[in-house]
Design a protein around this ligand. Structure first.
Ligand code: NAD
Length: 304
């Protein structure tokens, strides 16, 4: 099948591309390399260094005629979405509408889209299911959720199928460990380099960490299943930042101690999500334990 992956040079997108190529699909990548890396681009994919907001996107659809689109490209930083909400909306909403218009014009059958736990804000109950009320507390949360509405409208009006996958905290090899990227990769890389590690607040805040290869499995499942619906992709379990630190340091160097700093304004205290719906409708469940996923991530940062 011919598939197009936006953001295919990024963390999740590049793992997805690798799997699609293993499965012998023809893969086209659109990525402007604003956050992705050229070295993560699978050489068997056709790569276009193009911004999803650009008019050139239409030429790509016209030439490539993909049947399925995985739309991973996004501005992913919550602080940037607060500092520059216009830029956030231009990429995550206007860029996506550009993609939807191209998909409509060139008869894309299906779009698979990652939303985020950021749309729930401080949870009203745990674990979070797909019916949990939405309470966005960042521009990023708003833009990720807005696209869910557009997908629904394009499916009703133009018959383009969609699946929304609401990822919990995804972690694994290739995740950006600079800035405010994933805490797992930040801990792994800094511990391996012998650098100080800072924890915001008391470290008792909890999160649901799902391994990137499990997330890829859910995307592959969605190519031909889970039509016109929304699913959590998560582990239904939680770990505190302190316990995560202990787990990673027990593998790298158990003499390490974190430095505690101010709690971050707007940080959610506890969050984890249930995957019961995608298990019932698609037989998906995470295969990787946190220990297994972290060991693979550490090996990546060790260059193994
Ligand atoms: N990582 C997580 O924990 C997580 C959780 C929930 C949802 N998501 C979503 O999953 C998707 C992938 O996230 P990721 O963690 O792999 O991020 P990432 O930054 O590694 O990947 C995003 C890719 O999109 C590209 N990109 C950004 N703006 C672009 C533009 N205007 N035109 C073309 N390409 C552009 C970047 O260069 C990058 O390669 C995003 O949509 C994100 O919102 C991620």
């Amino acid at each position: 099948m011919k598939v197009l992956v936006t953001g295919g040079a990024g963390f999740i997108g590049s793992h997805l591309v690798d799997r699609l190529i293993e499965l012998e699909h023809q893969v086209v990548i659109v990525d402007d390399l604003s956050h992705g890396k050229r070295e993560y681009i699978n050489p068997k994919a056709r790569f276009y260094n193009v911004d999803i907001r650009s008019k050139d996107l239409e030429k790509i659809f016209s030439e490539e005629k993909p049947e399925v689109v995985f739309h991973e490209a996004a501005q992913i930083s919550v602080p940037k979405s607060l500092d520059n909400p216009i830029m956030d909306a231009e990429i995550n909403i206007i860029g996506t509408i550009n993609l939807l218009e191209c998909s409509k014009k060139h008869n894309v059958r299906k779009i698979i889209y990652p939303a985020s736990a950021a749309i729930f804000g401080e949870p009203e109950y745990l674990p979070i299911d797909e019916k949990h009320p939405l309470n966005m507390i960042s521009g990023y949360g708003i833009t990720k959720h807005t696209v869910e509405h557009y997908l629904q409208v394009y499916s009703v009006l133009y018959g383009i199928e969609y699946t929304v996958l609401r990822y919990a905290n995804v972690y694994g090899p290739r995740q950006d460990s600079t800035g405010e990227g994933g805490v797992v990769s930040i801990f792994c890389e800094r511990m391996l380099e012998g650098q100080k590690i800072y924890i915001f607040g008391d470290g008792e805040q909890t999160r649901d960490f799902v391994y990137v290869k499990d997330v890829v499995d859910a995307n592959i499942l969605a190519m031909n299943n889970l039509k016109n619906d929304i699913f959590n992709v998560c582990t239904n379990s939680k770990i505190s930042v302190n316990n995560l630190f202990d787990l990673i340091s027990s593998i790298i160097d158990d003499s390490l101690k974190p430095i505690y700093g101010e709690e971050r304004h707007g940080d959610i205290r506890h969050s984890y999500m249930t995957f019961e719906k995608i298990r019932n409708k698609g037989n998906w469940e995470p295969k990787y334990s946190l220990e297994e996923g972290i060991k693979e991530t550490i090996n990546f940062y060790k260059g193994l």
